[in-house]
Design a protein around this ligand. Structure first.
Ligand SMILES: [Zn+2]
Length: 385
């Protein structure tokens, strides 16, 4: 019976090196307008599905349904239109918890342009990725995929999997995995340049990217990411504290020699981890600033495991805790990470998605890709007094 699951995932077991099994992904950026490269798209446009900026129920009822008369503002309204049963607004004025999953696509040996690509490995990888994506989309809960080593093979081989994922509405970002070299060869300037190259390579595929993960380093990774054109990072872990002044680092952080060695999510506790913020630079990034790089921490690995028998289990207690910590007028997000890397049993993903359904139906949880989450955060900022 186990064999069925293995069919999907067998091959990956060969190659798993857990470069970053948990948190060091930085996802997602937003158009803060800091570079002037592109106009912000999220706010201010009536009809974009987001109630933000100057919009309100009077001047844009499309995006801002009045709370008194409509059930769930942004999710689909099947129940409202049909049989006269009023849909229940979730929890009066408690804002939703935005949830999503970032997948770090890494650690598969796909080859490169010089030495040649591993066509067969690529095909298996792609087949599995698309199968996971199909499953997620069958629940209307798409993943956010982040990678660097898949960019070139995706461009060179068929199918162009990253473009395919992007076109079906999945989230895409860069997983840089660059910060572990200290000092960075070539220094801060080279670090910035290498980050920018990753972003451009992705954009050469026709995929706009605004967020990255895996960029933390001892140098000023916040400025480097901003200068490289990213608007947001995601998946901050303890290693990211290495860019703070030495006297602000705990002994443990001072001694930490690499991202894999101090890899716990930062800030790591509820409620702090629920709130994104902006960081001015690497020496002060733990203190929220008016402007700067948007920082999303990670909720850690999916709260699911293979369980004792063959039946996978998901412990959604942490989601209950996050929901209970919500405050009116605040923004709450919770992004899980999975490194692929190692396969997940399809059953486990299904259990996770099934377990979330009641919260989604009540409106307490709203599913997001990271690009969507960034846009939601921008709208939230735009609407703040
Ligand atoms: Zn990684």
């Amino acid at each position: 019976m186990k064999r069925k699951f293995l069919a999907l995932t067998l091959i990956m077991l060969i190659t798993l090196s857990l470069a970053c099994s948990l948190g060091n992904l930085i996802n997602d950026g937003e158009d803060s307008g800091s570079t002037g490269e592109s106009a912000p798209q999220g706010e201010g446009r009536c009809g974009n599905g987001i109630c933000g900026g100057p919009e309100n129920p009077q001047n844009c009822p499309e995006d801002c349904p009045s709370e008194a008369q409509s059930g769930s503002p942004s999710t689909d309204d099947e129940s409202a239109s049909g049989d006269g049963v009023p849909s229940t607004p979730s929890s009066n004025n408690t804002p939703p918890l935005y949830i999503g999953v970032s997948v770090h696509l890494e650690a598969w040996k796909l080859g490169n342009e010089k030495l040649g690509y591993e066509q067969q490995v690529y095909e298996r990888y792609v087949q599995n990725i698309l199968a996971y994506s199909d499953l997620a989309n069958s629940y209307d809960m798409p993943f956010t995929w982040e990678t660097s080593n898949l960019i070139d093979p995706s461009a060179a081989l068929e199918p162009n999997v990253l473009l395919e994922l992007y076109q079906r509405g999945d989230g895409i970002g860069v997983h840089a995995d660059l910060g572990e070299q200290t000092p960075y060869p070539g220094g801060e300037a080279q670090f910035t340049k290498d980050l920018r190259i990753l972003r451009h390579r992705m954009e050469d595929l026709g995929i706009p990217v605004t967020h990255a993960s895996g960029v933390c380093s001892t140098s000023d990774w916040v400025t480097a990411a901003l200068d490289a054109g990213f608007e947001a990072v995601t998946g901050t872990v303890d290693y990211c504290l290495k860019s703070l002044p030495l006297d602000q680092q705990s002994a443990e952080i001072q001694e930490c020699k690499g991202p894999a060695l101090c890899h716990d999510p930062y800030p790591g506790q509820i409620p702090e981890m629920l709130h994104p913020w902006r960081a001015a630079d690497g020496s002060s990034w733990t203190t929220p600033a008016e402007e700067g790089l948007l920082v999303f921490s990670t909720a850690g690995a999916l709260p699911c495991s293979a369980g004792s028998g063959s039946q996978p289990q998901c412990d959604l207690q942490i989601i209950e805790e996050a929901l209970a910590a919500r405050q009116p007028g605040e923004f709450h997000s919770f992004f899980f990470v999975w490194s692929y890397g190692s396969p997940l049993e399809e059953e486990l993903l299904r259990n996770f998605y099934e377990g979330l359904q009641p919260y989604i139906e009540s409106g307490d949880v709203v599913w997001k890709t990271m690009p969507e989450l960034i846009e939601a955060y921008q709208a939230f900022e735009g609407s703040a007094p």
